[in-house]
Design a protein around this ligand. Structure first.
Ligand SMILES: *Cc1c(COP(=O)(O)O)cnc(C)c1O
Length: 370
């Protein structure tokens, strides 16, 4: 059986909670959703939470809530999943890609200011692999230029920046994903967090056809929007998974410790590091190699032994669609170098020690043979 780079962990309690909801009166957007909002806000110290169908929808309604539109630009990282910038394209806005730093592969906050134009509306940092971005610098830039900040937090539930959980933030909004490879899962699902009541009220309307309810519960549609609602069945699973988040984070940390101890003396490998004042959520364990050739050899060797290691992420602008739609000549040196040399090793709750040892053995064995 092959070992993937990431997957979900579901226990008996999760299953029972979902079954209980199936037997209840409500299957969608009702009592469990209130429990979700309260639980997520308590954990993140955010004021408001709105659940939606997935992380991409979360980004889309967050962008819509700040009226992102044609002619606007957002500045985001080249090293992210395509959804971060696609959701801006859905609003007819233009993503501008910023290069990454090579310390933790996040957006390089020192390179943002050069990209700001009269059209820039928002900065969208992504806490890649669960490593917090340099938010203090990003907030300072946003204040100076009157920009909005929306954090894509799909990898980072549970991570900390300056000893504050990401989410209790000065940013306008934060988006989350609960896809099976993410820190906790509900199958598909996402959420937007905010401390701004106006945004919260708009997000609630956008989630459900742009409809608001007046005091008498009459429906009144005020925005043209889609159905981005979620089900109570997923919500039951979410609440049960959330109870295990700290255990999940601890397990991931232990896996990282084992990899680090095992690999730290190996030549031509660069291990991930946490920056001062940050705690990583370890959504991914990404190592780098000195050259593309070494990386490719290690990758094929691991795949032959059924370890489905993979690469996160090709620079977004290098995808065919982006190349064909205005990004033909875009190239960012660190993002390119990173993508040529990176490798995501397996990390998930339940990954066995023998598999960590086997992965490390294969890597070290190749190092000695070189
Ligand atoms: C997974 C992911 C998303 C999208 O979330 P979905 O729930 O899959 O729609 C957005 N941004 C990043 C960085 C992601 O990893």
């Amino acid at each position: 059986m092959s070992i993937p780079y990431g997957k979900q962990y579901i226990d008996e309690k999760d299953i029972q909670e979902v079954v209980a909801t199936l037997k209840s009166n409500y299957l969608t957007t009702w009592p469990k959703v209130a429990e979700f909002e309260q639980k997520l806000c308590a954990y993140t110290w955010s004021k408001y939470a709105v659940a939606v169908g997935n992380g991409t929808q979360a980004l889309h309604i967050a962008y819509q809530t700040i009226w992102l539109q044609a002619g606007d630009e957002i500045i985001t990282t080249a090293n992210t999943f395509v959804a971060t910038s696609n959701a801006a394209l859905f609003c007819w806005a233009t993503p501008v890609f910023c290069d990454i730093e090579l310390e933790n592969y996040n957006i390089d906050a020192n390179k943002i200011e050069n990209l700001i134009t009269a059209k820039t509306k928002a900065i969208v940092p992504v806490h890649f692999a669960g490593q917090p971005c340099e938010m203090t610098k990003i907030w300072d830039i946003a204040k100076k230029y009157w920009l909005q900040v929306i954090e894509d937090w799909a990898h980072a539930l549970g991570a900390q920046y300056n000893w504050i959980k990401i989410g209790n933030t000065q940013s306008d909004m934060v988006t989350l994903s609960f896809h099976p490879v993410k820190p906790i899962t509900t199958g598909e699902w996402g959420a937007v967090l905010t401390n701004n009541k106006e945004y919260y009220e708009k997000l609630l309307k956008l989630r459900s056809h742009g409809i608001e309810r007046d005091e008498k519960w009459f429906n009144n549609m005020v925005y043209l929007w889609n159905n981005y609602r979620i089900t109570d069945i997923q919500c039951a699973l979410w609440c049960s998974q959330m109870d295990k988040l700290d255990y999940f984070l601890e397990s991931r940390k232990n896996i990282v410790k084992k990899y680090n101890e095992n690999l730290h003396n190996t030549k031509w490998i660069i291990l991930p590091k946490e920056k001062d004042n940050t705690i990583c959520g370890w959504h991914l364990y990404v190592v780098r190699f000195e050259t593309e050739e070494i990386r490719d050899n290690v990758m094929s060797e691991l795949k032959q032994k059924w370890y489905w290691v993979t690469l996160h992420y090709p620079p977004v602008y290098s995808h065919t669609y982006y190349r064909e739609h205005g990004y033909k000549d875009t190239t960012l040196p660190n993002a390119e170098l990173y993508y040529k040399t990176c490798l995501s090793l397996p990390i998930f709750v339940g990954l066995e020690d023998k598999d960590i040892d086997a992965v490390c053995f294969i890597i070290k064995d190749m190092a000695w043979r070189k």
